[in-house]
Design a protein around this ligand. Structure first.
Ligand code: NOJ
Length: 565
């Protein structure tokens, strides 16, 4: 049906956060065996590929994004044999697996860094970025994006090392060819095992300005902190990052490196690279860098409105280099859950259906985040002892230091932090939501709403559930080539209450209408006189012939119609 497209263009991806997906061995933490037990669930849901957040050995100061060994599995998640079983189980079911690849930094516990820090003349010294201080202070005024200076003094050798993230995540020196060779060997290790590609972490900070010049000083790390806390008086993220991180992000060298990684990956059949960036430039001028980059500009709109969607699509699709393929997402393990972020408190479930419909009907590869399919929302801890994300913990401590009363600091840190979207997956309505056995305490509290229907088992049993809506729409997308391959043609571009567009291939056309308003509407389209209703969030309309000149829509209705030519 769509032979000219690669698998990653037709696939729907689903991100698994391994710590929180399924606890197969009853220790309170998700693991590979747990994922293996859920493979039939994933197949039945109708997704095509998994992005697995880091599964490598790690002290988890940054929840696995601080890797201590790039070619192994963290024992808390299982063994390499279990990893192979997982990969095999996915492949047998026709699904793919991509891994997280953290190139920018390692853990400070990685043997490479341990060696590097051991002496100034260690052969791995130059694998990281070491510099002398200036008059007892760090080499320059750069900050870490997680707060505080980006340099940490190391007594053993009386020098500072550089880290864009936590001091437990020292940056690799990508100008050193040995670093590249070692990392490429790790990449080959997984490709040789048969993994289908990688999601590349933090790619914009891989290189630093070689002269390490001071930034302009226009903002401080506290300004940036307020930006992250969404303080109304704070400068915008674009401003703080532009001024503060001028010399730490988007430096020359990245494109060349990606061309090399792409060449390596292209030695294998059918692999994919997805970059954690919003910037379409990383597809490469000749489409020779990353296959996909995330449309974060859409995800970061809040709320998502019909005008916002159209503006985003217009800009985004026009900016893509020729031949590049779009990629849409609304949530991941770093951002508040889409269900809570876009919900209005009254129509959350209807809005969640619209969010999925948007992902599955826009042109491009969708990435879903585990738990979205049952409407998992944010969970806000009320006790600092349950915080696990060090970014939130830092935020709390910083606010208290700046004089914010502790309860207020706790609420703000919880609401801006990342634990809220990382709580255990809710499988059924037994204690611990079926994530862990009842006698175990899961690593993060389970959102108590599991008992009120926000769980897989209850929703599978209810034909009208959000989960079954996901299954229906995912199944339809798979069978509908216009939804996968079609061009996006916006209609009714002034409409404020709804978005309408065509997805159009040479042989088929689909009219997509998403009513973002709580009002019933009657719309008029002139693309054809009538159309066959292929899908409606109000199920009973399906199969109906609709008159397109007077097309009724229920509040928040999602309607997919095939115009009769
Ligand atoms: C982006 C990852 O998604 C996030 O979880 C992590 O903290 C940073 N990169 C650093 O690796």
């Amino acid at each position: 049906m769509m032979n000219h497209l690669a698998w990653w263009q037709t696939a729907v991806f689903y991100q698994i956060y391994p710590h929180s997906f399924a606890d197969g061995n009853g220790d309170g933490v998700g693991d590979l065996v747990g994922i293996i037990q859920k493979l039939d669930y994933l197949q039945d849901l109708g997704i095509d590929a998994i992005w697995l957040s880091p599964h490598y050995p790690s002290p988890r100061f940054d929840m696995g994004y601080d890797i201590a060994d790039y070619t192994a599995v963290d024992p808390i998640y299982g063994t390499l044999d279990e990893f192979k079983q997982l990969l095999d189980g996915l492949h047998t079911r026709g699904m793919k697996l991509i891994l997280d690849l953290v190139l920018n930094h390692t853990s400070d516990q990685h043997a490479w860094f341990q060696e590097s820090r051991s002496s100034r003349d260690n052969p791995k010294r130059d694998w990281y970025i070491w510099r002398d201080g200036k008059d007892g202070a760090p080499p320059n005024n750069w900050y870490s994006i997680f707060g505080g200076p980006s340099w940490t003094y190391d007594e053993t050798t009386d020098q500072y090392y550089y880290h864009f993230f936590f001091k437990e995540q020292p940056d690799l020196n990508w100008r050193n060819p040995d670093v590249q060779a070692a990392m490429f060997a790790a990449v080959r290790f997984w490709l040789d095992l048969g993994v289908d590609g990688f999601r590349l972490d933090a790619i914009e900070s891989l290189f630093e300005h070689p002269d390490l010049p001071d930034h302009s000083g226009r903002y401080t790390d506290l300004d940036m902190f307020r930006t992250f806390q969404r303080d109304p008086d704070a400068p915008s993220f674009a401003d703080t990052s532009r001024y503060l991180f001028t010399y730490q992000m988007r430096q020359p060298g990245i494109h060349e490196l990606f061309q090399e990684i792409r060449a390596l990956v292209d030695e294998y059949d059918n692999r994919v690279l997805v970059g954690e960036t919003d910037d379409v430039a990383y597809h490469g001028q000749h489409n020779d860098e990353l296959h996909l980059v995330f449309n974060f500009s859409l995800m970061h709109r809040s709320p998502i409105t019909p005008n916002g969607i159209r503006a985003n699509q217009q800009e985004r699709l026009a900016a893509l280099p020729a031949g590049a393929w779009p990629c849409n997402t609304l949530g991941n393990h770093d951002s508040p859950r889409a269900y809570s972020r876009f919900g209005d408190g009254q129509n959350d479930e209807a809005i969640a259906r619209l969010a999925l419909a948007l992902m599955l009907t826009l042109r491009g590869t969708p990435f879903l985040y585990n738990g979205e399919e049952i409407g998992m929302g944010n969970w806000l801890p009320s006790d600092i002892a349950t915080f696990r994300d060090n970014v939130s913990l830092n935020a709390y401590q910083t606010m208290v230091r700046l004089g914010t009363p502790p309860e207020e600091a706790l609420a703000k840190a919880a609401a801006s932090g990342r634990d809220q979207c990382r709580t255990p997956m809710q499988w059924d309505n037994a204690a611990n939501a079926g994530f862990s056995p009842e006698n175990v305490t899961p690593w993060l509290p389970v959102n108590p709403n599991y008992a009120a229907g926000v769980n897989v088992a209850d929703q599978l049993a209810n034909p009208d559930s959000l989960l079954n809506f996901y299954r229906r729409l995912l199944a339809l997308r798979r069978q509908t080539s216009a939804l996968i391959a079609g061009e996006y043609v916006p209609l009714h571009e002034e409409a404020e209450e709804y978005v309408a567009f065509l997805r159009k291939t040479a042989v088929s056309t689909l009219l997509v209408i998403l009513n973002y308003s709580p009002n019933p509407l009657t719309l008029a389209f002139d693309v054809a006189e009538t159309g066959k209703v292929l899908f409606s969030s109000e199920g009973e309309r399906e199969g109906e012939t609709a008159v397109l000149a007077t097309l009724p829509l229920a509040p928040f209705e999602i309607l997919l119609t095939e115009p009769n030519q």
